[in-house]
Design a protein around this ligand. Sequence first.
Ligand SMILES: [Zn+2]
Length: 333
Amino acid sequence: MANSPLSVVKPVVISALHHLGVLKMWRYRQKHELIILMYHRFSLDSEPFKLNAVVFERQLAFLAKKYNIIAFPDLLEFYQGKAELPDNPLIITIDDGYYDNYSIAYPLLRKYDISATIFLATDFVSRNAWLWSNRLEYILKHSARPSFNFSIMGEEFTFDVDTFSGWHCSQLTIFNTLRHLGDEKEAILDELAGLLQVDVPEEVTEEFKSLDWQNIREMQENRVFFGSHTCSHPILSSLTRERVYRELMESKTEIEGELDTAVDVICYPNGQPEDISQSVQSIAQECGYMAGVSTILARNDPPTTNRFSLNRSSLSVCNDAHMAAILARLPAG
Ligand SMILES: [Zn+2]
């Protein structure tokens, strides 16, 4: 079969680029860029919204082989001019502070001698307060009605929560519709609970359990670092300046008091560009944070990427070739 025009041109272009040193430069740049991975929940079985422990272990084995896994404080030292970063640096982060971070992820991190940073929402950890996404999941799982119509922001939806796929799909649709809203989403969830005749307990139930300070202190002894994920996990850009300050400052002070160490990194809830306004970033700076992480999927160029909006990526696969491809194709930061 004759070669397609593209297959003839491609090697020529690649060799020309190579000759020009472009590829070399690109590889050099990739080698010095920082990848920050984000995780949330873990499980021993296959459960929605949780990463299976076997998959997580394969990822750790792959990452330990291919990258130099550093701790967040190493990056802060680089910012302060006290240390250099190794080639192919990578940081592992986990958001929210669920108990499975201790029971499932932590033993695996120890097994591979890998450092991680966990971002704690302090109302969740200290006061058993519901994260809104968990409250939504609880309401849908305990619905007295197998299907229902519900209108969100003027849009009418029909939901079926009687089968696993129906429940999963309903959860995703409602989550994605509400995720950018501020406090008003709590009232929408109250309305949904009323419609589905669900009494949500005052404190989180076992399945959504958080870490406690004892778990946290034990991990702190073994290369796990902690940052703030605010107090009540709100969309910060939807709040007044005073409330943003309170969310950032009180969570920082509480974790510092409990762990007797500085809390230098903030993880913005939801973490999309519209959730992290310039004013949110400057309040973070005012509160004494040295860096902030988003959920924008890209690499970081440590000398130039805005350190108050560091990009993060996630990995949901366990095949080495797929992981390598996902990480290699991340957009530049
Ligand atoms: Zn979160």
